[in-house]
Design a protein around this ligand. Structure first.
Ligand code: GLC
Length: 710
């Protein structure tokens, strides 16, 4: 096989001798390793952004406190991209068996992908840029549905909060301390003897009442649901499963048993449609209490010993397959059953599903988090690269346990991590049993203020974040974007520490920094940039050093960006001021943003009930144009306030030809941090942006033309 671009450039070709070949049953395809070729993607994988020189295995694996170069982990995405001077391409290896990708590990002749199974089916995807390849891959394997807005807020988890009074206390503390949040989790201790679809009778005697109380505080509840069903005669889920013959079996027809939290368990065969439907029905046990979010964990599937025998059999949609073929899709089919079952029963509301395991296409059903990470700087940075890689591989909705699951974060580490999380798609704090408390207020008053700042910022950014998610829904573009999407041929983005940088949506450049570092090394890609907190201007195409005290995450805004924001709220349910703040950043290049809004929780948008408009920054004609509104949704905001960053302070403005009064304000995105600890110097990130010009206009569905002159 040889693939050329339409203009005759060689993109990819088989090794002339080996091509696709077999060793016994094992298939493998060998591709000539090209000079300078780099490898991106492969989903949730550790290691560098460029995976050249490394090999990876896809076999969903429960890896507690994995090392930062650990492999395999929980998710298998047999998709990668190659980039070289001649072009770029993507390869999706359509194979659910254990697969191995070798990008020049232990040899320098080929890149290869091979499988324990005999088939060699792969899709070759080409486009002129990385975006196009991601679009192609996500078109093939599916795109994420629009999540309910509440799950874009902050989510607080713990292994485990119980009893109910503790859960309520945590939620109340968020409200009392004015730290915004939307979700609280129930981990395995909410169940009766870890039996799924039950509640512990003493810890949670009246779950409905607790969920109602939480809702009254604007909190949603998410419960963990693992696949293992305890073998216990009399336990309804077990009995029903047996009646339906729903569990995976040995070839002699007896049910496979593996040990997990509840003890010996059977495992529903989610590769069978009727089993998925039955499991979907089981969620009634939670839905009747008002629970609308579900966390599918241990769905690799994991068992103590991590070695389900290969001979265990699954239906595999009527094709009958052994564990070798079904293992990697098990978790995705479980998430699918959860999503589809809940969606059907939630009458027009969007469910939220979080999954630990997944396969290519998981984005259609669930968000992914990176499992049992560790409280360390290396893990914080590795997590970012994993979310970046997932974004390159069709999974836009992903995150890590902020603060680290295993081990205990220092105050500096927690402060850095909670700040980063505000600029990640899935924002959840979680930590392990028998470790210190890890809520935002448990690291001292200074860190509490830092956390509050970033959490407030997250909520102020929701109009932007929600619009960026919409782009993922229609186009497959990730929310957290590796620099390899826009600058794949710039060598600098692959260097440490720059390889950890990313764009959060189209506007923000985020440069992660280790907990103890106070000087950040940042690579600014070509173009003009602004420091987000102080509005200082930077020339791009350079590497810079920057002071960044504990409370400051280095965040930059690309010139020409348009960032919609709202006033501070404590949850996604709380109504902000009815004014949409549009922050526009002056620059030599035009910019555009697709603003999207809807009711945030129903499927009415599929019938056109949304409010969408393109907003354009046009430096040539000195105009900011809000295109005519599409869709029939009446927007929440009735006014639009446009902040003009980097513009001449004495500018004159007309709106649709009429003179418009320019106001000026001192502006800050975050509150100043007070030094509670006399030994910690306080930085100046919360310095005021002086004399920031703005205009406020009434919203209208027609095109709005703003023109400026100096
Ligand atoms: C697994 C999950 C972790 C969870 C724990 C108990 O280790 O990865 O997030 O808290 O199980 O359910």
């Amino acid at each position: 096989m040889r693939f050329e671009s339409p203009d005759g450039k060689m993109l990819n070709e088989d090794d002339p001798a080996f091509g696709s070949s077999w060793i016994g049953e094992e298939s493998c395809c060998y591709k000539t390793l090209l000079p300078g070729e780099r490898f991106l993607g492969l989903g949730e994988k550790t290691g560098a952004l460029d995976k050249r020189g490394k090999a990876y295995t896809n076999w969903n694996f429960d890896y507690f406190a994995y090392p930062v170069d650990g492999d395999p982990l929980y998710v298998s995405i047999p998709f990668y991209m190659g980039v070289h001077d001649q072009g770029a391409y993507g390869i999706y290896f359509d194979n659910t068996y254990k697969t191995v990708f070798n990008f020049g590990a232990s040899q320098r002749r080929f890149s290869s992908f091979g499988s324990e199974g005999p088939n060699m089916d792969y899709y070759f995807i080409h486009d002129s840029d990385i975006r196009g390849i991601i679009r192609g891959y996500s078109w093939l394997t599916g795109r994420t549905p629009l999540p309910p807005k509440w799950c874009l807020g902050y989510q607080q988890c713990r292994y485990s909060y119980y009893p109910d009074s503790e859960v309520l206390n945590i939620a109340r503390t968020f409200r009392e301390k004015k730290i915004p949040a939307d979700v609280i989790y129930l981990d395995i201790h909410y169940m009766d003897a870890y039996k799924v679809f039950t509640f512990h009778p003493e810890r949670f005697p009246d779950p409905g009442a607790m969920v109602r109380e939480l809702k009254a505080m604007d909190f949603e509840t998410v419960v963990i649901v693992d696949p293992g069903v305890k073998v216990e005669p009399g336990y309804p889920v077990y009995e029903e499963g047996v009646d339906r013959d729903a569990f995976a079996k040995y070839p002699d027809g007896t049910y496979y048993e593996g040990e997990v939290w509840p003890g010996w368990c059977h495992f529903p065969d989610f590769t069978r449609k009727d089993v998925r439907e039955w499991w979907g029905e089981c969620y009634e046990a939670y839905l009747r209490h008002g629970i609308e979010g579900f966390w599918n964990d241990m769905n690799e599937p994991a068992t103590w010993g991590n070695k389900i025998p290969d001979l265990v059999e699954f239906d595999f949609e009527g094709q009958r397959a052994t564990h070798r073929k079904a293992h990697n899709v098990y978790g995705m089919q479980m998430a699918r059953s959860t999503f589809e079952g809940v969606r059907k029963r939630l009458s027009n509301k969007r469910p939220f599903v979080l999954s630990r395991a997944g396969f290519a296409g998981i984005q259609r059903y669930a968000a992914i988090w990176t499992g049992d990470n560790v409280a360390s700087d290396e893990h914080m940075l590795a997590g970012i690269r994993m979310i970046n890689s997932m974004g390159l591989s069709g999974i836009p909705y992903a995150g890590y346990d902020v603060g680290g699951f295993a081990g205990e974060a220092s105050r500096e580490l927690y402060a850095r991590w909670i700040a980063l999380g505000a600029f990640s798609p899935f924002y959840r704090g979680h930590s392990m049993i028998n470790s210190r408390d890890a809520e935002p207020w448990t690291f001292g008053e200074e860190v509490e203020e830092i956390a509050r700042n970033y959490l407030n910022l997250r909520y102020m950014l929701l109009p932007y974040i929600y619009s960026v998610f919409y782009e993922a829904v229609v186009d497959g573009m990730p929310v957290q974007r590796s620099l390899a999407i826009d600058y794949p041929r710039d060598e600098r983005i692959y260097l440490d520490p720059y390889q950890n940088q990313y764009l959060f949506g189209p506007a923000f450049l985020v440069a992660p920094i280790k907990s103890k570092d106070e000087i950040a090394e940042v690579f600014l890609p070509p173009g003009k940039w602004y420091g987000f907190f102080r509005d200082e201007e930077w020339k791009g195409n350079q590497e810079i050093l920057l002071k960044a005290a504990m409370e400051e995450l280095p965040v930059f805004v690309k010139a020409g960006s348009i960032i919609p924001m709202q006033s501070k709220v404590q949850s996604t349910r709380e109504k902000p001021e009815p004014v949409l703040y549009l922050h526009v950043y002056e620059g030599p290049e035009p910019g555009r943003f697709e603003y999207y809004e809807d009711d945030g929780n129903s499927y009415e948008y599929e019938k056109g009930v949304f409010y969408k408009r393109t907003i354009r920054f046009e430096p040539e004609s000195k105009a900011i144009v809000l295109d005519k509104v599409e869709g029939s949704y009446a927007p929440f905001f009735d006014h639009i306030r446009i902040y003009l960053h980097g513009f001449d302070k004495n500018l004159q403005i007309t709106v649709n030809g009429e003179h418009c009064k320019v106001e000026r304000t001192s502006h800050r995105f975050v509150r100043p941090i007070s030094a509670f600890d006399p030994w910690t110097p306080v930085g100046d990130m919360s310095k005021v942006i002086e004399d920031l010009p703005y205009v406020e206009i009434k919203d209208s569905r027609n095109e709005i033309n703003l023109n400026w002159s100096n």
